[in-house]
Design a protein around this ligand. Structure first.
Ligand code: CO
Length: 134
């Protein structure tokens, strides 16, 4: 069902500190910050030869990553994103196997302009999983 690893998302309190680590310390190519008010985050994309890392900084009062950063003061891996060919088919197969899909189960348009869904971490070894239709 799942295909390529699309990205790993890391929540950070300070985007500038995260950019410095990936750009200066690790020598990676990092995009300009992109505010995404509808998702409550500002994002930068770290482009690696085989995948992407996304650094997420909270944006606005009701950021979905605010609680995560309360529990993880240094920041940390927030979710991983796998590509699927057909997100509705994937959703239905997963639900039939008892997996919980977050929200109302309707795909939303994610950070890359493609439909995404999130799966409950308790059903996936403690990892928040994002599915993105490519
Ligand atoms: Co993501």
């Amino acid at each position: 069902m799942i295909g390529r690893l699309n990205h790993v998302a890391i929540a950070v309190k300070s985007l500038n500190a995260g950019i410095a680590i990936y750009k200066q310390t690790l020598g990676a190519k990092v995009s300009a910050p992109l505010p995404q008010p509808e998702h409550g985050v500002t994002v930068v994309f770290v482009e690696l030869p085989n995948t992407k890392i996304e650094l997420l900084e909270p944006l606005g009062a009701n950021s979905p990553i605010a609680k995560f950063l309360e529990r993880n003061a240094d920041g940390g891996i927030h979710h991983i994103c796998y590509e699927v060919d057909d997100i509705l088919k994937a959703r239905d197969q997963l639900k039939a196997q008892g997996a919980r899909v977050l929200g109302d189960g309707t795909p939303k348009i994610g950070a890359h302009g493609k439909p995404v869904l999130f799966l409950h971490p308790k059903d996936f070894i403690g990892t928040l999983v994002e599915l993105e239709q490519v």
